[in-house]
Ligand binder design. Structure first.
Ligand SMILES: [Zn+2]
Length: 493
């Protein structure tokens, strides 16, 4: 293996706990040697805190928070040090454990994973003021955090599409770990302790006991049985604060008022300093019954998901995406991310001043726009962006004639119109008619905004499978149109 240098590393993977770091290390395809310390490196003393290695074609730096120092400030300082030592880092992943917030939309269980989901109003993570809630007030969002980089959002779409089509790989990665570390002795294996969600009115009985042996089993929330070996992935908001949440009332309030799926303690320290995606394995329900039994397994499932995500993320070369540091120097982004004015929608776009990417055909393998292979479409988009914008515009006008209030395929006629578009443009993708389940936002007269609204309104994101028909609530036609326009806006201006 050729010797590496700092600039070879483009992915920063941050953990809070040694257990989370262990799970990440076990999943590396290769472990690299430590780098020599440079004389002028002010972070030299921290360098041995990193683990270097690769996952697929990505060279990854894994960093862990100093022992015993959890919380937002500690995460910020680790991210800043990481970025100053490794100046080519293109994006980050925050991978570890968190408390689940079960709700009506998402049946979140121990060992499941919550991935921060971008919405129109926030970047997937909010910081909330813990004290306000304890005093009986409403939650106050104390900061608006910026969004993950586009390259990760595109990879997420691809991964979700794969999962819908039954092509999921993280279970294979989990099985790989079991082969490496025998289950009996492994702190990373699925625990035998039962997954019980207690009703919010039943507090942990014996505070000195780490198990729930004295807690009343009849006071649990009834939930349908599930295949124990198949963790589910949920996409939702992650609520972050400096204090640990151990209170079911507070947890449920976070679910109601913020629509949070997960609570944790570090992500808010990263988002504004370090564009990243947050991936949390659920190890407890953030209530008084919380213990550490599930932490190792939850950390491992989260790391396996992160590995699968990297496997569908293209390796970003210089000039294709600005480095994290460049993004932070952009006055627009900095202003937006430090703004506390929640009435103003904050959608920092780190890519607005990026020159068109120089894309080498041989690097397109494995890249997808939505579900369309990059090789099939990207060279053509780059060659004639105006043509593609006009084509999509024509398609939208045709769809609007069929349904002036909303234009997505639901009827034979709209599906045919969309399929004509894909066929006419020699794209192999075709849409099927899927039954609509969610309330559709109305068309506002602005095509691009409406497409964004549709995408974020469950149409581009998998929101779980309907138990009756097993039909995922995703509209791949919209996902693909959205992805094409995102690419045109980003790389072909
Ligand atoms: Zn208990």
């Amino acid at each position: 293996m050729a010797a590496k240098n700092h600039d070879d590393y483009t992915v920063g993977w941050i953990c809070a706990l040694p257990l989370e770091m262990a799970a990440a290390q076990v999943l590396l395809d290769e472990v690299h040697e430590d780098l020599p310390v440079e004389a002028n490196d002010h972070n030299a003393y921290t360098l041995d805190a990193y683990t270097l290695g690769s996952i697929g074609k990505h060279n990854v730096v894994i960093a862990c928070l100093p022992y015993g120092q959890y919380g937002i400030a500690s995460a910020t300082s680790v991210a800043v040090q990481l970025l100053s030592s490794f100046r080519s880092i293109r994006f980050g992943l925050m991978v570890g454990i968190g408390g689940g917030v079960p709700n009506e939309e998402a049946d979140i269980r121990l060992g499941d994973v919550v991935v921060s989901k971008l919405t129109n109003t926030h970047g997937g993570v909010v910081q909330f003021d813990y004290g306000k809630a304890l005093n009986g007030g409403e939650f106050q969002r104390t900061g608006m955090l910026s969004q993950p980089p586009q390259v990760l959002l595109t990879a997420l779409s691809k991964l979700q599409a794969n999962h819908i089509m039954g092509r999921s790989r993280f279970m294979d990665f989990l099985a790989e770990i079991e082969r490496k570390i025998p289950k009996q002795s492994s702190p990373l294996a699925r625990p035998t302790q039962e997954d019980r969600l207690y009703r919010a009115d039943h507090n942990h009985v014996d505070a000195s006991s780490k198990t729930c042996s004295d807690c009343d089993e009849t006071k649990t929330v009834p939930r349908p049985s599930r295949d124990l070996n198949q963790p589910m992935i949920h996409y939702g908001l992650i609520a972050s604060s400096n204090q640990v949440v151990k209170d079911s009332q507070l947890r449920d309030q976070l679910g109601r008022e913020l629509d949070a799926y997960c609570v944790e303690m570090e992500a808010a320290g990263l988002m504004n300093n370090y564009p990243c995606l947050v991936i949390r394995g659920i190890c407890d329900y953030a209530d008084s019954h919380k213990n550490k039994e599930w932490q190792g397994y939850a950390a491992t499932v989260a790391a396996a998901y992160a590995k699968e995500l990297l496997s569908v993320t293209p390796v970003i070369r210089i000039d294709q995406t600005r480095t994290v540091e460049d993004t932070l120097l952009d006055p627009d982004v900095t202003t937006a991310s430090h703004s506390k004015d929640l009435s103003r929608p904050v959608t920092p776009s780190p890519f607005q001043t990026t020159p068109p990417a120089v894309i080498n055909q041989s690097e397109l393998g494995g890249i997808y726009l939505g579900t369309i292979r990059g090789e099939e479409i990207i060279p053509r988009l780059i060659q004639d962006p105006a043509f593609w914008r006009a084509e999509i515009n024509t398609l939208i006008r045709q769809l609007l004639i069929i349904h002036p209030q909303w234009w997505v395929e639901r009827t034979q006629e709209t599906a045919k119109t969309m399929n004509d578009f894909f066929a006419r443009n020699r794209l192999t993708f075709r849409v099927n008619i899927l039954q609509r389940r969610s309330v559709r936002p109305g068309y506002s007269g602005h095509d691009r905004q409406y497409l964004d609204a549709l995408f974020h309104h469950n149409l581009g994101w998998l929101n779980g499978f309907s138990s009756e028909e097993g039909v995922p609530e995703i509209n791949l036609g919209i996902l693909n149109l959205w992805s094409i326009l995102e690419f045109l806006d980003r790389d072909c201006r």
